[in-house]
Write a protein that binds this ligand. Structure first.
Ligand SMILES: Cc1cc2nc3c(=O)[nH]c(=O)nc-3n(C[C@H](O)[C@H](O)[C@H](O)COP(=O)(O)OP(=O)(O)OC[C@H]3O[C@@H](n4cnc5c(N)ncnc54)[C@H](O)[C@@H]3O)c2cc1C
Length: 375
């Protein structure tokens, strides 16, 4: 246990990919890190579970052996329209499939082994900054924990955003996300994006011969049909590719993982001196399949900046905001524009025909929403 006067150099709030990678990176370089995660590993979360190969070298560098985890190599991309039209194309950089259940748990084990003080089942309720020091109030103790820096990696939304009064909260978001793991006979090297009215559904292989099926749609779609399975029958099944999967696959969860209020509105990267990474800093639309790469890359950029300039908070904050915008600003914007082309069946049909006629355009679209390999 920490003594009441202990001050941690870095406290990280949220143990998803962004938080865990930053914790391992900083701890390995000699900064004592305390990490708070409100859940207990391992656990499932809504995510398409396709990770861009951009991340491979860095994950290896921080000690993660992907080969031991049975990841699936993914090299091809299929895009289908609501009426069933289909286009398949190679993925230049490609990626791999692995469940978040496994990936996050492996990173958690690495964080523990590196010496990170991991507090699981511990929700951070409030973070205040005074006299150059943070005080972190958790669900577990009345005594706040003190830290010189706080990294916010608590994902898409958290009650901390409310206490910080962050700007993006002023707009409600119509999006919900739903995920299953399934057993199915499907190509292992392919990620498919099946479109339907007001949404799209990704399917790709993960470890243990399983597949992840995950879709984004609107609250309005769900409201119209009252429950998830009725909505799937009436909307998703209109795409014949999806109907076939839903009819033939073995669904492995009792009920799906569901999240709501997924906001793609622009966010701030520094708020009340808290340095935000991953979805807390900005969320790219899921059809890009790049959110996890951005979360991991953001963790690396911030960790390096902190390690080099620990004593200069103003410089770290300024440089980090600049670096985030340079690396991710265009990608996030491009993702929003591309997502606006989907959802309407006729428009999606048109986009598919356009890509069939102008194949290089698809590659340009994919490049616009991805980065380069980093280590
Ligand atoms: C439908 C959908 C499909 C997607 N598919 C893909 C895909 O195929 N490929 C891809 O690269 N990206 C995908 N993404 C995006 C990807 O899931 C995210 O970008 C990624 O998970 C971000 O990681 P993170 O660490 O920022 O946040 P998260 O993984 O959400 O982690 C945040 C953590 O913080 C914890 N937390 C929250 N509040 C508190 C608190 N107050 N105190 C303590 N802990 C707290 C949470 O429990 C959670 O564990 C998808 C997103 C959606 C919505």
């Amino acid at each position: 246990m920490e003594s009441k006067t202990q001050i941690y150099p870095v406290a990280i709030v949220g143990g998803g990919l962004a938080g865990l990678c930053a914790a391992i990176h900083l701890q390995k370089e000699g900064k004592q890190v305390i990490l708070f995660e409100k859940k207990q590993y391992p656990f499932h979360r809504v995510c398409g579970e396709y990770v861009s190969n951009e991340t491979r070298k860095y994950l290896k560098k921080i000690g993660l052996n992907l080969d031991e985890l049975g990841v699936q190599e993914i090299q091809k991309f299929q895009f289908t329209s609501p009426s069933g039209g289909s286009l398949t194309s190679p993925l230049d950089l490609g990626g791999f499939g692995i469940s978040r259940y496994t990936l996050d748990n492996e990173l958690y084990k690495l964080a523990l082994a590196s010496g990170v003080d991991c507090r699981v089942n511990t929700e951070v309720e409030q973070i205040t900054f005074e006299k150059n020091l943070f005080k972190i109030q958790t669900s577990h103790s009345n005594d706040p924990i003190q830290a010189q820096y706080v990294i916010g990696s608590y994902g898409k939304r958290s009650k901390i955003d409310v206490t910080l009064n962050r700007n993006h909260l002023t707009r409600r978001s119509p999006y919900i996300g739903i995920k299953y793991h399934i057993n199915y006979d499907y190509p292992k090297d392919l990620i498919s994006l099946h479109n339907f009215e007001n949404g799209y559904c990704g399917i790709s292989a993960i470890e243990d011969n399983k597949y992840c099926l995950c879709y984004l749609t609107t609250r309005e779609n769900l409201r119209k049909y009252k429950n998830v399975s009725e909505m799937e029958r009436n909307i998703l099944w209109k795409n014949p590719h999806l109907k076939k999967i839903f009819l033939e696959a073995e669904f492995l969860y009792q009920k799906p993982e569901v999240i709501n209020e997924i906001s793609f509105s622009p966010k701030t990267q520094v708020e009340n001196h808290i340095l935000m990474i991953g979805d807390t800093a900005g969320l790219i639309t899921p059809l890009c399949g790049n959110g996890m790469a951005m979360a991991i890359h953001g963790a690396k950029i911030l960790s390096e900046l902190l390690l080099k300039n620990f004593d200069n908070r103003t410089f770290v904050e300024r440089q980090y905001q600049k670096a985030w915008k340079n690396n991710f600003g265009f990608r996030v914007w491009a993702g929003r524009q591309i997502q606006s082309l989907f959802g309407h069946p006729i428009l999606t049909e048109f986009v598919l025909h356009f890509f069939k006629l102008f194949r290089p355009a698809l590659s340009i679209f994919i490049k616009a929403t991805h980065g380069k390999e980093f280590s």
